[in-house]
Design a protein around this ligand. Structure first.
Ligand code: AMP
Ligand code: ZN
Length: 458
């Protein structure tokens, strides 16, 4: 039997993974709120936990692993999107869920065994809230039901904060009906224009956190093995899930191992619309970046390290995968992954080490082992054909460089030299080399490319 070691946020240590029931290994991962296309950062937990899912299936047998990932399809961002667009909520959420599944499939992610939607579990949430009130952990006030953080002594343990520090440090929204400013919403009232369900507290809708407590209980039981998500969810979402679940089921442990992936950044900066470095997975796929290249770039950074998405890494990933695709073209896989790759993954999902081992296999010309390794990490679909993209073009496109070149060309056609110079100077400043030839404008992106500098052009 192999030993898997996982870093547990709860203990802040790497621990040997021992499932509560090896016949039924259970994992819950917080999924997306469905109102828009998944951005590149949203794909990181999907790929990270997909690698873990594959590893667990290998170690315990596919039939003995249950992976649940929810869809949050009730949320104020969704309500706003519906109000702004005049479309039905259910139409928006159904469309977004399908987009999500399509995009994640292209990244080689297996579908979880269950993908519950929050709106299908409202009665279970209501009954859990009733239970929390009955046990003295929640109270009704001003049409809301709130969880009382003071009623749970271990509140803050996962994220390592005390309730006092949180109150002192947080910009807590002061709601007159809260007994303690850190108390959080389990249920809130809905006006006639908002989605709502009948409940003992009137027509309303659930707060965000209760859905994961209710759905994990329903599908995995009161105690299960792994709970995952991005580290932005550690507080308050996961802290609140723990409080709700442990208080509703005091004899159970809830999740035993808590795992959090670090955030993804783009070219060293937080991804954001105003910086012009925000893109969705679909943006990249549409620009011809193969899903395997995106996956490979993700795997090249350990999941507990911040991941920097750069044009340089995309180029390298594409070159490596192209080489490997040629090497394995005519070989079959052996059964199971090569041991050195497996051992790397068993050590808290050390994907960068696994890739290093794969480079060694490639160097040794060991095509059979390399193919097996690629299949194991979800990259078995690479082929020379799928990797013949024009990386320059796709990188330009992702950062709108192409658009600015086009604008420069138009300006020159109109003999608007001042405008052409303005665009050229900004592009050069951002690290794009520009050459004007009789044939037109040639450009290339240098390694000091900084997309945020393109803001000046917007
Ligand atoms: P959300 O739809 O915002 O609830 O996010 C869905 C998942 O994506 C959660 O597990 C988040 O932690 C994760 N996530 C969001 N932004 C990023 C990012 N920039 N890098 C990595 N993971 C992210
Ligand atoms: Zn959750």
């Amino acid at each position: 039997m192999t030993t898997i070691k996982l870093y547990n946020t709860l203990s802040r240590q790497k621990e040997e993974f021992r499932p509560i029931d090896p016949e039924r290994v259970r994992m819950y991962v917080c999924g997306p709120t469905v109102y828009d296309r998944a951005h590149l950062g949203n794909a990181r937990p999907v790929v990270v936990f997909d690698v873990l899912y594959r590893l667990l299936r290998h170690a315990y047998g596919a039939r003995h692993v249950t992976y649940v990932r929810n869809f949050t399809d009730v949320d104020d961002k969704i309500n706003r999107r519906a109000a702004d667009s005049g479309r039905d909520i259910s139409e928006i959420t159904a469309e977004t869920m399908q987009w999500f599944l399509d995009d994640m499939r292209e990244l080689g992610a297996l579908e979880p065994d269950a993908m519950p939607r929050a709106t299908a579990y409202v009665p279970q949430m209501v009954s859990m809230i009733e239970d929390l009130i009955a046990r003295g952990h929640a109270y009704e006030a001003g049409g809301h039901v709130l969880f009382s953080v003071e009623s749970y002594g271990e509140y803050g343990r996962l994220s390592g904060r005390s309730v006092e520090d949180m109150i002192a440090g947080a910009r807590v929204e002061v709601a007159p009906y809260k007994k303690n400013p850190m108390d959080f919403v389990l249920w809130k009232p809905s006006g006639p224009d908002l989605p709502g369900w009948d409940s003992p507290w009137g027509r309303g809708r659930p707060g965000w956190h209760i859905e994961c407590s209710a759905m994990s209980y329903e599908l995995l039981g009161d105690s299960f093995d792994i709970h995952g998500g991005g580290n932005d969810l550690m507080f308050p979402h996961h802290e609140n899930e723990i409080a709700q679940s442990r208080c509703a089921h005091p004899d159970a442990s809830f999740a035993k191992y808590w795992m959090h992936n670090e955030m993804l950044q783009v070219e060293g900066r937080k991804m954001s619309k105003s910086l012009g470095n925000f893109f969705t997975v679909r943006d990249l796929l549409d620009r011809g970046v193969p899903g395997e290249v995106i996956r490979f770039v993700f795997l090249s950074t350990h999941y507990r390290k911040p991941m920097d998405w750069t044009a340089e890494k995309v180029r390298e990933a594409e070159a490596t995968l192209k080489k490997w695709a040629t090497l394995i073209e005519n070989s079959d896989a052996q059964s199971g992954p090569p041991l050195q790759v497996l051992h790397a993954l068993e050590d808290d999902l050390n994907t960068p080490l696994a890739i290093k081992e794969m480079h060694k296999l490639a160097k040794d010309g060991n095509a059979v082992a390399l193919r097996s390794a690629l299949e194991f990490v979800g990259l078995g679909t690479i082929s020379k054909e799928s990797l013949t993209m024009l990386v320059e073009e796709m990188v330009d496109g992702a950062f709108d460089v192409g658009k600015f070149i086009e604008e420069m060309r138009t300006a020159r056609e109109n003999r608007n030299w001042a405008e052409s110079d303005r665009i050229r100077d900004a592009l050069v400043e951002a690290g794009v080399e520009i050459k004007i030839t009789p044939e037109g404008i040639e450009h290339s992106i240098t390694s000091r490319f900084d997309p945020t500098k393109l803001e000046a052009l917007e």
